[in-house]
Design a protein around this ligand. Structure first.
Ligand code: NAG
Ligand code: NAG
Ligand code: NAG
Ligand code: NAG
Ligand code: NAG
Ligand code: NAG
Ligand code: NAG
Ligand code: NAG
Ligand code: NAG
Length: 589
């Protein structure tokens, strides 16, 4: 007993000391990506984890030195130091969302959720890689900004920066155009979705920082960065944001309330956000009222049976896993709410979702020839995010599955997607920047590119100035082809949410003692630019014709022929009429 108490003090002491990175980490050169790891833990997976977190440092806005361990990205400058001044609020800090300079709260909620959930599941992996201090710094950088953006219960700044101004700028972080207006939601212009999604992020953050790991499965472990002060701050924001989202009526998407902030991330609904935030709060507080809410949202909004992707706009898949986690780790929640714990029922709900993926039985999804899980529509503008989100959920859920067959089927499907990401694909490209010589060289990132010529983003400068280590790019098209063009934002853009599940996946591989990531076996120099043009949303085709264009031409030709016939008839109508009459008046049998 005494030993236990002493041990827990020792553990608490260690976790605080880890807030200072030791040893410090900087990404190795991409040429290291062909070196098989001989150490345990696997050095390559440790680098995937380290680089995927490093990417978030490269995306920082504001005073770069303010974080726990300072600025690791030598080529970045302090920037956007007046953000929020139009509302007399300090909105400096946080991260630029993607390849440009917008700060966007709705996708950030998903990013924080996914990053934190990974750390709650495979926390030990961060310790093995000596990355826990960087994890702590990364999470705090995001949460600290969300705290600033949530100055009162029902007010949340949902975007900083004007999309139109931003879209007309391509250049460094030292010349970001102004004004950079901030857009709030509040009690008169509510954003139920963004408030609830942010509440969910705060709530899961409070669980992680509370140090109380969710005892879901013996293979799960929580990252050792507990700080009960910080946990309480996050929980306070979570409860106030959630209750404001729930009680500010009518429920409204932020896109409806703040159209100016909907150009980049137009939300399709708040139902999923309400459910996931209530359920996460139930896990964070043990209060059954939150569980009742979550259960009722699930029923009232018919969230069962969805096949949607897991992304910034779509949280239902997370709810499937969370309900199973709640049944396992906090059965008292359901009981206190007067509901059945129903582990088997919630497993059925989750496995409906995962079986459809693992058995390739999706209404709007399929595997590409090269083996990438591809969803019509969702994957058209970013192909790797939906596949990696599915892989992360499958790996997380696998140990909780109802049968061992399902456990292995989910794990092997997920492994296939992760291998694809890391080079087991027709292009032989590991799609994480700076990981391997074949990694993309031209991520669509104004900061990293060193360019300032918006009319020649692709080739000016010919070589990207900085290596944006750890960034997952948008990914290949549905034909598995990948054009490494800097101006093709569909394939080459980077974003906070594209990276969000990668640290957790790498941490799980480290916990599991997995062998090298696939890219180690990929031969350097085997990527070459495909022939032809990409023909995607970013670079629509001028030479080749899309399906729509072909249909247009066919219709045009038919209409043209009809018009000619009508004109002929008009011109020769007297002749035709005479012939017609003759036909009738002619001799009959
Ligand atoms: C973690 O740090 C220890 C102590 O400095 C070191 O021996 C080990 O190699 C590091 N592991 C990794 C994966 O960086
Ligand atoms: C940082 O500022 C310097 C000096 O103004 C500039 O040359 C450089 O391009 C900036 N860095 C980035 C990433 O924009
Ligand atoms: C509430 O939000 C709307 C939409 O962003 C904004 O126009 C309005 O000024 C805000 N009201 C207050 C009191 O801040
Ligand atoms: C715990 O978090 C609080 C709030 O962020 C911070 O002020 C404090 O320094 C942290 N304590 C440790 C030991 O890191
Ligand atoms: C919730 O309950 C679990 C299991 O009984 C316990 O470990 C945890 O500390 C509780 N959390 C709170 C915030 O009360
Ligand atoms: C679910 O719907 C019922 C019936 O309309 C309603 O009474 C209840 O408040 C709803 N639950 C939630 C959490 O909105
Ligand atoms: C987790 O802890 C709770 C509370 O002690 C217990 O009821 C539950 O059975 C545990 N779950 C697992 C999977 O160990
Ligand atoms: C358990 O969950 C299933 C959903 O798969 C549902 O059909 C069933 O009614 C639930 N049972 C109870 C007792 O709540
Ligand atoms: C963990 O390792 C075992 C044994 O090598 C393997 O069967 C399993 O699929 C791995 N799990 C994950 C999540 O990679």
């Amino acid at each position: 007993m005494l030993l236990g108490i002493l041990l827990s003090f020792a553990v608490a002491g260690t976790s605080q000391a880890q807030l200072t990175p030791s040893p410090t980490y900087s990404p190795p050169s991409a040429t290291q990506g062909t070196a098989s790891s001989t150490s345990s833990p696997n050095a390559q997976w440790a680098d995937v984890l380290g680089n995927a977190l490093w990417f978030y440092d490269a995306q920082r806005s504001g005073h770069l030195d303010e974080g726990a361990y300072g600025n690791r990205v030598s080529w970045r400058n302090d920037s956007a130091l007046d953000d929020g001044s139009d509302w007399d609020t300090d909105l400096t800090g946080g991260w630029y969302d993607a390849g440009d300079y917008i700060k966007a709260t709705f996708p950030l909620g998903y990013t924080m959720y996914a990053l934190t959930w990974g750390a709650l599941t495979s926390g030990q992996g961060y310790d093995l890689a000596n990355q826990t201090a960087y994890l702590d710094g990364t999470l705090r950088w995001g949460f600290d900004w969300l705290i600033k953006a949530h100055p009162s219960d029902d007010t949340l700044y949902v975007q900083v920066g004007d999309t139109t101004i931003d879209n007309n700028y391509w250049g460094g972080d030292d010349d970001i155009p102004t004004p950079r207006p901030a857009y709030p939601i509040n009690d008169t212009f509510p954003g139920t979705d963004v408030l609830a999604s942010t509440a969910a992020a705060f709530a899961i953050g409070s669980i992680l920082y509370s140090g109380a790991s969710l005892n879901v499965s013996s293979s799960f472990s929580s990252a050792s960065l507990s700080n009960t002060t910080y946990s309480s701050v996050l929980l306070d924001h979570a409860e106030r944001a959630y209750n404001a989202a729930k009680t500010t009526l009518p429920w409204t998407t932020f896109s409806e309330s703040v159209p100016a902030a909907s150009a980049a991330y137009s939300s399709s609904g708040y139902q999923d956000d309400l459910c996931v935030s209530a359920l996460t709060l139930a896990l964070a507080t043990n209060q059954s009222q939150y569980y009742t809410d979550a259960y009722e949202y699930y029923q009232n909004f018919s969230l069962t049976g969805s096949q949607k992707v897991w992304n910034w706009d779509s949280r239902v898949p997370a709810a499937y896993v969370l309900f199973v986690e709640a049944a396992l780790a906090r059965p008292a929640l359901a009981t206190a709410a007067g509901l059945a714990v129903n582990l088997t029922g919630w497993q059925t709900e989750a496995e409906q979702y995962f079986d459809a993926i693992a058995n390739e039985n999706l209404q709007k999804g399929h595997l590409t020839k090269g083996g990438l899980l591809y969803y019509q529509d969702d994957s058209d503008s970013v192909s790797l995010q939906p596949a990696m989100a599915a892989a992360a959920l499958l790996l997380k859920y696998a140990p909780l599955a109802s049968t061992s067959d399902k456990t292995s089927s989910y794990q092997s499907f997920a492994q296939g997607q992760i291998d694809y990401l890391l080079g087991d694909n027709p292009m032989s490209v590991p799609y994480i920047v700076g990981m391997h010589p074949n990694s993309p060289q031209n991520p669509h990132s104004a900061m990293a590119s060193g360019g300032d010529n918006i009319n020649d983003i692709r080739d000016d400068p010919p070589t990207e100035l900085h290596v944006l280590y750890g960034a997952v790019v948008g990914g290949p098209l549905s034909n598995d082809k990948f054009w490494d063009y800097r101006d093709d934002w569909v394939q080459s853009e980077v974003a906070l949410d594209y990276n969000a599940v990668i640290p957790g996946i790498a941490a799980m591989m480290l916990v599991n003692g997995s062998s090298d990531p696939f890219y180690v076996t990929v031969q350097a120099g085997t990527y070459s630019t495909p022939s032809g043009q990409p023909c995607d949303e970013a670079l629509p085709c001028s030479g080749g014709l899309s399906g729509g264009a072909i249909a247009g031409i066919v219709i045009g030709v038919i209409v043209g022929v009809l018009l000619v016939l009508v004109a002929l008839w008009w011109w020769k109508r007297d002749t035709i009429a005479r012939w017609w009459r003759k036909g009738y008046t002619g001799p009959r049998k």
